[in-house]
Design a protein around this ligand. Structure first.
Ligand SMILES: CC(C)(COP(=O)(O)OP(=O)(O)OC[C@H]1O[C@@H](n2cnc3c(N)ncnc32)[C@H](O)[C@@H]1OP(=O)(O)O)[C@@H](O)C(=O)NCCC(=O)NCCS
Length: 165
């Protein structure tokens, strides 16, 4: 697929790399541009820049007898001056529309996001996230356990809005 890595993806990637709670190894201008070309990213723009985004990432999940790709919804971001105006919820809901029927999960340590998805009817995985069966099945790009080169400081919580087989 042809896609253009223009300055808006480079600038967005730079902004996201300043946030402490993202899995940064997958956030590159190339990955963001590809997500746009494949209609897996929701954004809001102001002027010439992106001020909010939410991405569907394809991740490899091991089931009992095979590997499947599933969608993880993540990299939910609103530029600081624009927070608290509902933009996060807008990009999150728009991104969900792009999932084409696939089950979704979310891993977050952010309290606002937790409250938002619970209000939207998502279920929280109650066991410790590193011990959870679903978590152990998420292979790529997280690694089977806590990722070794993780940029994530605080343990997250796993949420899902569909059963992950
Ligand atoms: C998390 C983040 C995206 C929220 O952006 P935002 O624009 O302020 O969020 P919104 O105004 O759309 O609020 C979304 C929901 O979060 C919750 N929320 C927001 N502010 C809240 C607060 N002060 N207290 C409790 N809940 C809050 C609410 O459920 C709200 O939905 P509601 O307005 O229907 O009640 C933003 O702070 C951010 O980019 N943070 C840094 C990156 C990050 O940590 N992302 C999360 C990784 S998963």
């Amino acid at each position: 697929m042809y896609y253009e890595i223009n300055s808006e993806w480079i600038e967005l990637s730079q902004k996201l790399h300043k946030e402490p709670h993202f899995l940064l190894k997958r956030i590159t201008p190339e990955a963001l541009a590809l997500a746009a070309a494949e209609d897996r990213i929701a954004v809001r723009r102001k002027g010439r820049g992106i001020i909010a985004c939410c991405v569907l990432w394809r991740v490899l999940v091991a089931t009992h007898y095979r590997y499947r790709y599933r969608y993880e919804i993540g990299t939910i971001f609103v530029d600081e001056p624009f927070r608290g105006n509902g933009l996060c919820k807008q990009v999150f809901l728009e991104c969900i529309e792009k999932r084409e029927g696939s089950p979704l999960f979310l891993i977050t340590a952010n309290q606002n996001i937790r409250e938002m998805v619970i209000k939207l009817g998502w279920t929280e995985e109650l066991r410790n996230w590193t011990k959870v069966l679903r978590w152990k099945r998420i292979v790529d790009p997280w690694g089977k356990r806590y990722p070794k080169d993780s940029t994530i400081k605080a343990p997250g919580k796993l949420f899902y809005n569909d059963f992950l087989p």
